[in-house]
Design a protein around this ligand. Sequence first.
Ligand code: NAD
Length: 582
Amino acid sequence: MTTTQSATALDFTAGARAVRAPRGSQLTCKTWQAEAAMRMLMNNLDPEVAEHPDALVVYGGRGRAARSWAAFDSIVETLKRLDTDETLLVQSGKPVGVVRTHPDSPRVLIANSNIVPHWATQDQFDEYEAKGLMIFGQMTAGSWIYIGTQGILQGTYETFAECGRMDFGCSLKGKLCVTGGCGGMGGAQPLAVTLAEGTCLIADVDLSRLERRRDDRYLDEIVDGLDAAIDRAVDLAARGEAVSVGVHANAVELLERMLERDITPDVLTDQTSAHDPLQGYVPVEYTFEQAAEERVRDAKAYQKLSIESMTRHVRAMVELQKRGAVAFDYGNNIRQRALDNGFDDAFAFPGFVPAYIREQFCVGRGPFRWVALSGDPVDIYKTDKALLDLFPKDAGPYGERLHRWILGCHKNPQALLAGNFEKCEPRFGWQGLPSRICWFGLGERDKAGLKFNEMVASGELSAPIVIGRDHLDCGSVASPNRETEGMLDGSDAISDWALLNAMVNVASGSSWVSLHHGGGVGIGFSQHAGQVIVADGTSDSATRISRVLANDPMMGIFRHADAGYETAALCAKDQDVDIPMQ
Ligand code: NAD
């Protein structure tokens, strides 16, 4: 199916409004759960965090946090009056009801972008969106736990580091890694590659995105002109220098130029917004500015061109792969677009999950992110140090990686190790409320969460901590071209698991739970769930944390053990996971 709907394009410049979450330990809602949901919704829309905050667009093409500014205001007002035994219901970014529940229930339940499968097409979604009935929630945009580019940084680093280990037997030192898309998530790529010691060359059609990443220290330099940028990157790689180079160009132009010049990158991927042929991807024929006009002038023609361009893009990737590049899809569904458009070889290169991440999913590992509601970076430094102490370097196969990652987030790691928090400095800029991300597995997430809760209770941290995650996780998503690509038992498209995950988190007492469709790869291609839990220092909070942060990753063990992964079955045995039919 080729998507060529006639939807109207979103106006990314509408309704300027500056939102910033309150900081500090003063409650403005009746509970910390509601306060945290409110602050995180606001934080998602903070101009430091969101890509197009004026249009309520947080990241990932048109991933939005609320239906409209009126809906945003109403959510905030409702959260402020929400009682300890009430739950707010949000349907595609609009508050639609409050129900009586109990103190251990989530304070907010969110459903975004869900459409009955037979009608779950981009055309249908666009029609609903144009009528003001739905938003695209992406993964963490509509579930209020997006924390800026830093949120994806560690996962991206894990992927590139694993690529170095598996494909080159070492780090990426001296390797030229080429990619496209320096947006909300894709902007993590240049820093992740250099953290993995490689050289990065990244193309984006929007110069302001490259400049933003350079200002936030995710990108080292921007070089004018395709050839000059290619030459610079090739030279840096030859000298083994871990530097990232941005070039203001269409990714298709960059790859086709590399083919013409017979220059083959060592590693090749892409994070342009290919999941969205209208609002996301820019066809090679247009500049960024022309694209903004053309998608409004003739949405149907725009998408046709967009899909043609994606097909050229994938064709160039496959050709470079044939010439020796290690190529992988980075979760934007670009292969599917090219396949649907008649390029039979589109799936010649694998997705990043089967290539580098699946084994980690089998032990419940996935993204664990936390945010300091105080707004004080010192709270994050203290949690960093607590984790280094809680999980020593030699604790399990990932201990060393955790230490390298946390210390790598600091400009002055010695100050952190010495517990001299006032002297700590971040290696890359904070965006919105200070936050951090780590990958943790079953048995680790609850341990970390309980430690944070103790630190809030003792007053060591100056306000509660919000603990959440991406929907890209071990047991929370069905996405056959991404997280569940090539499952051992062929169960790639079975989404019962994502639904069970949402129900488990509601039953366990998460602070807010979300169930979405279409995130990452686009409408029709995925279903996924998210959860966020607040560590407010109370014993009730500790009880909820110990349930939620054990049960949530346990879904990854159930999912992968059921699909026949031996690592998951072994993990289940080691950690006494109750699987009736194993
Ligand atoms: P975004 O919309 O914030 O950024 C996309 C960027 O791509 C923009 O800067 C845009 O200018 C640029 N772009 C579009 N077409 C281009 C082209 N032809 N050539 C060069 N640049 C082009 O999106 P994002 O949040 O960065 O996400 C990017 C993609 O990655 C999305 O499809 C998203 O669903 C997917 N994604 C993957 C993961 C993952 O973990 N792998 C996570 C989140 C998102």
